[in-house]
Design a protein around this ligand. Structure first.
Ligand code: ZN
Length: 293
């Protein structure tokens, strides 16, 4: 099949795209995400029918349980515990491939984005949460449990005294990287240290304006990010770290990461590139379209 249809389910909108064999966009559409599970399934079905023939790849928050076949861990709560893939295949009438949305971002960036041409690509999407994905030789590494590349729920490495006690995570454990390296983490950390409860966006704006407290908060986030990256390097030693999500708007942070990663790396010399994602918010739907590649 040469035509590829991609669907990206988000909390507020659903994106659809059809790519030609050459990767050109043949069709694009965005609709508002319905509130109910049945509504979501119907909306995706309608988008695919309109997009026409071709393979169908779908990116969504959460993942498919290999054991039960039920969707889980999605922040679109109505999808959890449902046979999501089964129901979508029923309404679409063909087999679909489904992946976690961060994995779709990662695949898109590795194939024709900022990670193109690198063998091992570690992708982070840093927004409200911390998502991740791992691509090796152009193939998504999903893992036996579908948990590969869940960098947000690796532990914050080498915590210092000021970081104790570790922060609880919604996954039931404490000290997950997402609680520190995310917009939410930045806001909470800044409030904890300074007493100022302001948004991550405001912290960034103040830091750019030279506010010492905001600059210190950003520096802490950066140091933690570097530790997370250095820890991943001990497992797969990526050739490139690609950073997407809200932090993508902070080029200075991305540019300053390599020497910090070196400081924490086992060898003391981290040669991996750290680059900003290329495709922005279109990454998810483009990666979903490539799930059959
Ligand atoms: Zn967690």
């Amino acid at each position: 099949m040469s035509r590829r249809i991609g669907i990206d389910l988000g909390g507020t909108k659903i994106d659809a795209v059809t790519l030609s064999a050459a990767g050109e966009t043949l069709y694009e559409k965005r609709v508002v995400t319905p509130k109910t599970y049945e509504g979501i399934v119907a909306a995706i079905g309608a988008l695919v029918h309109e997009a026409g023939g071709g393979s169908v790849g779908i990116g969504a928050p959460g993942s498919n349980s290999r054991v039960s076949g039920l969707w889980r861990n999605a922040n679109i709560l109505v999808c959890n515990g449902k046979p999501f893939q089964h129901d979508l295949e029923a309404v679409i009438g063909r087999p679909v491939r489904m992946e976690n949305d961060a994995n779709c971002f990662a695949l898109s960036e590795a194939i024709d984005g900022a990670g193109q041409g690198y063998e091992v690509v570690a992708f982070f999407t840093v927004g409200t949460a911390l998502g991740g994905g791992l691509v090796v030789n152009g193939k998504l590494v999903v893992g036996a449990n579908g948990e590969a590349g869940e960098f947000g729920h690796t532990a914050l490495p080498w915590p210092n005294e000021s970081e104790w006690p570790l922060l609880p995570c919604f996954c039931g454990k404490a000290g997950c990287a997402e609680q520190y390296v995310s917009g939410t983490g930045l806001q909470r950390d800044h409030a904890h240290v300074t007493g100022e409860d302001i948004s991550a966006r405001e912290i960034v704006a103040r830091a750019r304006g030279g506010d010492a407290k905001a600059m210190a908060s950003l520096a802490r986030l950066q140091d933690r990010f570097a530790r997370v990256a250095a820890n991943i390097a001990c497992v797969v030693d990526p050739d490139v770290f690609v950073i997407g999500g809200g932090l993508n708007e902070l080029p200075e942070l991305v540019e300053q990461l390599p020497p910090l990663i070196s400081r924490y790396s086992f060898s003391g010399t981290a040669v991996a590139q750290v680059v900003r994602a290329k495709h922005g918010e279109k990454s998810g739907v483009r990666g979903a379209a490539r799930l059959w590649d």
